[in-house]
Design a protein around this ligand. Structure first.
Ligand SMILES: Nc1ncnc2c1ncn2[C@@H]1O[C@H](COP(=O)(O)OP(=O)(O)OP(=O)(O)O)[C@@H](O)[C@H]1O
Ligand SMILES: [Mg+2]
Length: 349
């Protein structure tokens, strides 16, 4: 039998089963990550972050990211199996992030997963990176059920989603320009903080006051879209004006004022979307969901409006492979097809 026929037949058997092991691989940006998952459990999860490599450039350099994925991936797979105390023979399926992300970086994970799937004659499933962020919520919240609303806030995305199933996610609103994580990173850069900027802004914001007036896009409008480029540019102009005048730059106050404004619009729209669509459960996902101020503000607003706020633990908000494995588990139940060996990476998936 051809590889794909074998893969399809094995995947078909898994649809009705639980408690099998998934090997998950993620390499969409600057984290190489491998996990072994079973249902919504993490059996082992290892991450090799390239943050220290890219820090000196102030952001991720795609070609360098790809090369470092190549150096890291095989050892990480070995480490994951060692941690899980399992072997290749215990795995039933391989799940890999195929997009969205940096093309060269994605290709490393996809090529590795294809080769391994073929060598082991195991089914391969291609998982969407953004959806996998959403499914990170199931790891710590075992009783979570779809449908729910989700505020997805990451380095490349800012979206309000109605999550009905893995295959049926409706985008109710999204950013028209910069993503909120991108805005955190760019503002941090203007302020001279190191990469990645989100955690740095959060740290400095705790030491400052919300005393600088910054603009809010789409104020009073009813839709659920976002725009962060105006806010980012306002900070840039504010800093440049002070520099031209030779005045001190109040870094902490700027960080606090920016974070307050960036978060306020997320909270307002996410809560309003829940109310409008009759949801009393809001999940958050993506790297910016690790932000303590956002989590607190959402909790406060949730209590006020009777909406339960559900968040992954902070370490599962940024890129990891455990979320890919768990998304894979749901995707298999919903009938995702086995990928063939032509499976490609897709930067814009
Ligand atoms: N504590 C924090 N506060 C604010 N932002 C944060 C925090 N921690 C991480 N971030 C931001 O999260 C982003 C990284 O998240 P993530 O890994 O989900 O993004 P990505 O994978 O690059 O993008 P995408 O998932 O959209 O493809 C960065 O922009 C980073 O600054
Ligand atoms: Mg991500």
């Amino acid at each position: 039998m051809e590889y794909l026929e074998i893969a399809k037949s094995k995947l078909q058997t898994l649809r009705a089963l639980d408690n099998y092991y998934i090997l998950a691989i993620e390499s969409s940006c600057d984290e190489t990550a491998v996990a072994i998952t079973r249902n919504t459990e993490i059996v082992a999860s290892v991450i090799s972050s390239q943050i220290d490599i890219h820090k000196r450039f102030g952001g991720v350099v795609p070609e360098i990211a790809s090369r470092n994925h190549i150096l890291a991936i095989d050892n990480l797979v070995k480490e994951a199996f060692k941690k899980a105390n399992l072997t290749f023979n215990d795995i039933s399926v391989i799940a890999v992030t195929y997009g969205a992300g940096l093309l060269g970086a994605l290709l490393v994970g996809v090529a590795y997963a294809k080769a391994l799937a073929y060598a082991l004659q195991l089914p391969l499933i291609a998982i969407n990176h953004v959806k996998s962020h959403v499914f990170a919520n199931f790891i710590a919240h075992k009783d979570l059920q779809m449908p729910f609303m989700c505020l997805l806030v990451s380095g490349g995305h800012t979206e309000i989603l109605e999550v009905k199933s893995y295959h049926d996610i409706e985008i109710l609103g999204s950013t028209l320009d910069d993503a909120v994580g991108e805005a955190f990173d760019k503002v941090a850069r203007v302020l001279g903080f190191s990469y990645p900027g989100g955690p740095e802004i959060e740290k400095h914001a705790k030491l400052g006051k919300n005393c600088i007036s910054l603009p809010r896009a789409f104020k009073g409008e009813k839709h659920f879209n976002f725009s962060y480029s105006g806010l980012k540019t306002a900070v840039l102009n504010y800093v440049n004006t002070l520099k031209l005048k030779g005045q001190d730059i109040p870094y902490n106050d700027i960080a606090c004022s920016f974070q307050t404004e960036a978060v306020a619009v997320l909270v307002e729209k996410a809560i309003r979307a829940c109310k409008k669509n009759n949801y009393n459960k809001l999940c958050i996902a993506g790297g910016v969901a690790a932000n303590g101020y956002l989590r607190n503000e959402l909790d406060k607003a949730g209590k006020k409006h009777n909406i339960e706020i559900i968040a992954p633990p902070k370490y599962l908000c940024t890129d990891n492979a455990a979320m890919v494995g768990v998304a894979g588990y749901f995707a298999i139940k919903e009938g995702i097809g086995a990928s063939d060996l032509y499976q490609d990476a897709d930067a814009r998936a």
